[in-house]
Design a protein around this ligand. Structure first.
Ligand code: URA
Length: 240
């Protein structure tokens, strides 16, 4: 039994590696008929953390000093929500409010994300919310590749632990990083992709919506697609 699970995992990883190689142009690999783009969990990182509970992952993370973001942070922002969530939202990294509170998406954009979640007929406590990096980048700059690499095993472990049915990536940076795809977010959003085996719906970042309220409409369309995929009813009024 264990052997067949190992084999299944090996095949899954190989398929992901192949898809990644294909997308990055490293290899001219043939596409399968019904192949959905698959984002490979990073193969560059030597660190592998076996699937386990969120508390164990947090313990493993500890008072993390694996990258330079540790120097400027107040709190590690691990993630929050239902450990068995069907939907996992992933943003870029903590801002000032999140750094202070130790919780993702609690500032202005977080309040809008909460409204979006409530518009879906859910509560924050129904879903899981995390970021690609768990420590605040100075001056809210984009996280750098070494920082992403240091944090990635922990995000991956969280995903493997929660096993969400859908991941929603928030904004250009998180979507492009998680999906390893440089397609502009305007074209990426609303289109299903995959992270390993998990379906991913990229959408706009709530911070972007604060400045571009007209773009709430497409985000609502994306959330309706997520609800439909999950076989959940779509609330009548989705606009927040
Ligand atoms: N923006 C993000 O991407 N993540 C947060 O937690 C807050 C703001």
């Amino acid at each position: 039994m264990q052997r067949s699970e190992d084999l299944h995992e090996l095949v899954r990883q190989l398929r992901a590696e192949l898809a990644w190689a294909r997308r990055t142009g490293l290899e001219d690999a043939p596409m399968e008929a019904n192949d959905v783009p698959v984002s490979a969990p990073s193969s560059s990182s030597a660190v592998k953390i076996a699937a386990r509970g969120l508390p164990e992952i947090q313990t493993e993370l500890g008072d993390c000093r694996r990258c330079k973001l540790a120097e400027g942070r107040t709190n590690i922002v691990f993630g929050v929500g239902n450990p068995n969530a069907e939907i996992m939202f992933i943003g870029e990294g903590p801002g000032a409010d999140e750094d202070q509170m130790g919780e993702p998406f609690v500032g202005k954009s977080g309040q809008l994300l909460t409204k979006i979640i409530e518009g879906m007929g859910l509560q924050r406590s129904d879903v899981y919310i995390a970021n690609v990096v768990k420590c605040r980048p100075p001056n809210n700059r984009d996280p750098e590749p070494d920082e992403v690499e240091a944090c990635e095993p922990f995000l991956r472990a969280q995903i493997e632990s929660i096993r969400p049915k859908v991941i929603v990536t928030l904004g250009k940076w998180a979507s492009q990083t998680i999906l390893q795809d440089s397609t502009p977010i305007t074209r990426m959003r609303g289109n299903w992709s995959r992270y390993g085996d998990t379906p991913v719906m990229p959408t706009y970042h709530p911070a972007y919506l604060l400045h571009n309220p007209a773009e709430k409409r497409p985000v609502w369309e994306d959330m309706k697609a997520v609800l439909a995929f999950l076989g959940r009813s779509v609330p009548q009024r989705g606009q927040s």
